[in-house]
Design a binder for this molecule. Sequence first.
Ligand code: GLU
Length: 482
Amino acid sequence: MVRVRFAPSPTGLPHVGNIRTALFCWLFARHHNGSFILRVEDTDRERYRPEALDAIMSGLRWLGLDWDEGPQVGGDYAPYFQSQRLEIYHKYARKLVESGSAYYCNCSPERLDKIRNQRLQNGLPPMYDRNCRDKKIESDPTDTDTVIRFKMPLFGKTCFTDELRGEICFENSTFDDIVLIKSDGYPTYHFAVVVDDYLMKISHIMRAEEWIPSAGKHILIYDALGWEAPKFVHLPMILGPDRSKLSKRHGATAITEFEQQGILPEAMFNFLSLLGWSPKDDTEIMNKEELISRFDIDGINTAASVFDFDKLRWMNGEYIRRMTPKQLTARLKPYYEKWGWCTADNPCDDEYLDKVSQAMQERLKVFTDMKELGYYFFTEPTEYDPKGVKKNFKPEVADWLNELANRFDSLSEWDKPNLEQQTRDFANEMDVGAGKVIHPIRLAVSGLRMGPGLFELLEIVGKEKVIARLKRAANWIRENIN
Ligand code: GLU
């Protein structure tokens, strides 16, 4: 039975790398009809941030990464919280002390600092000097003057098999006598993770590559408790486009930021699934069901993968194009409201919005693109693209636009074919190519040089507004171009 867990520490906004880990765990669980468990590793009380936990849970929900167990709260599962399991950790820590694998230590923080600094000055790794190791101090895990430390073997090697990378070994002498229970009574990550992965019957530990060195320590704790360790799957690193570790300086890294930018959860899901995994062919666009059926460990890479922001935008565009105009409108509407384009005083007509969606669907990569690329469906252009002005707003164009405004005004029917006919006839009369007329009209009505088909655009924007904008542009040319 496959049982995997996502075990975030709620210390900051969830990084896409962490969410990628969650997504791989989830896909692996779903592929094997196993269980996906959410366990909040909140034992570092100083770094604990409640808002981080909210962001993690809403990020998981946004992507549809539902977890399968936990205490029931109002019909939903709450995550497991390590902070609610202290007695369990104390029990196993006591066991380790009793069996001689761990010991109480009452070295003061000042003493520990001193040893650390001395070692650093001598160019040595800052390890504990094992002063308490053989002192047989009597205490209790809840005692605030003592910690419990693990007795690391002094010699030999510890190895484990990573499912992707094969055997990985560490010299035991490089391991510190790590703390298992801190003086505040909370377990450290290393201890709690082992106890919980075992008690929660985790079959595969899937987590980022940076945890490989920890796995060696964990194996020794498993051994000391007489437990068999789960399988380990360390996922490849995620790099920024410059191949350094993905960080804020590359752009958005918190999952919440992508949501705000107008990335679709379906596209983010698909994009993240390909960060370190591949279906072994060139398929890129895969929905959740397809990913569940195709995802498995053998497709996970060990080489780092690059977070390509452009590819994410491209993929998002692909998902936008797969929507019906109505679906797209439903997603765009909240943005229109946010930007003040559809308000309570000035509500938008759904039929109009669907036409806008249809016209713009091919051109959007993210929803927020609409703000620049499609604003003219809602507000009058206040300026004209300077390159377009240079190319298309010649002095004689002022008269053309006025004349076109008159001709458009007398059209029997305001629709694409009539608008097109009228425009082409006019170009013929002027003895110029149609483009010479089409480009200035577009610039006058939208302020932009590019967009959906001009006649479709004009039909949607509507007679009154188009005519007003043509006249306004004609005046603008008279005032500004000579
Ligand atoms: N709490 C650890 C983290 O923040 C979990 C590491 C693990 O999966 O073992 O990433």
